[in-house]
Design a protein around this ligand. Sequence first.
Ligand code: SIN
Length: 465
Amino acid sequence: MAEQVEVLNPADNSVIETLDYTSEDQINSMIDAASKAFDQWRKVDAHERSAKLQKWADLMMEHKEELARLITLEGGKTYQEALGEVDYAHGYVDWYAGEAKRIYGRTIPANTPDKDVVVRQYPVGVVGAITPWNFPAAMITRKMAPALAAGCTIVCKPAVQTPLTTIRLVELAHEAGIPKEAVQYIVASGKDAGRIFTTNQTIRKITFTGSTPVGKTLIEESGKMVKNITMELGGLAPLIVHKDADLDFAVDETIKNKFRNAGQTCICANRLYVHEDIHDEYVKKLTEKVHALKVGNGMDENVDIGPLINQKGVDKVLDHIKDAQQKGGELSRSLEEIQSLGGNFLQPVVITNMTQDMKPMREETFGPVIPIMKYSKIEEAVALANDTQFGLAAYYFTNDYRTGIYLNDELNYGVVGWNDGAPSAPHAPFGGVKESGYGREGGIEGIEPYLEKRYLSIGNLNTPE
Ligand code: SIN
């Protein structure tokens, strides 16, 4: 294992901090400590667990600006967006502080009068969490909060690009009274953490947000010890604009959706399908607004889009744009203009005349690109939207209720926004179908993956003498 990692600011590639990697021995000792802590934490009554989580949520709000600054420094997104992410992350801790008190069981009428069946829920055990760099606060709290609320203990591995937010969040959790060994972080590569989490017998659950190929490896490796897993994997979200949509509204929501974190989200629209009757008008309105967006350092005022995370991210986006251009896609601005700011910055672009074989229609782009393809019949849009192995998020704009219901029934996606470009919320069960993974995060569903149901059958319940 390498010894140190430099955390870089994507806005200028300067080093923000250098951290020591956690060694394999240290990680295994931390997992042992988490296991001992589990024996205590699972017995802490639900109301006390809830109160500690609530205190943690309150501390997050007290440190909102500090956390947002860290998010922008290490992740690049604009400071305004980072403030929004702290609210979003806080929402998960607040929500699961409540859910800790609602881990109900049930009794089942038995088939003989002298028996009773009681179902209770128990925490799974020690959890290993691996999270991505695009939401350094929210992706980790939506795992830590339900795990701790359920009575599990958790070892978190944030992305090496953005570990500082997690470190601060874990410190605040400790300050709130959550035992140190109940919530810990490690600094490690995804590969090392994945190997250790899947092979260490003590880790009973693995929760991962990241790419589908890595998720597949974790699923395979976790299977060897039959570990409980939650996988929140890649997306390729379609966005359909139907002929009866409110175009100005659809344009604004598309921009809100697409440029969140500079287009580096698993749920942002990767490909647009626009009805032929309104295509030209929609494209004109959209392009005007897209070209007016200001790209720059996320800490600067009035910036709409920050840098991409690193050069690798920039290269991938450029590769998608070039692939589309070579196959006949028409760019709203030149390749030179797109790259004019240099570094990890890319000016946003709309690409029309798209066909389904071009890379932006087939692979996650993770950047400020809006590729648009025309359709004439709604069934055609549905077939194009469903033509993928992914099934995380989908969007459509229509003011006709029949079209709205029809699209919801036909689109095979876990998260669907109808006239809504921003459907994520701590109270909703986020997650995908098909190769976008399984398990849900958020809402009442989000605590279930950290609980196991066990039933007790009580016999000999005859009337006592
Ligand atoms: C993601 O990009 O993976 C998550 C986005 C969200 O929670 O809204």
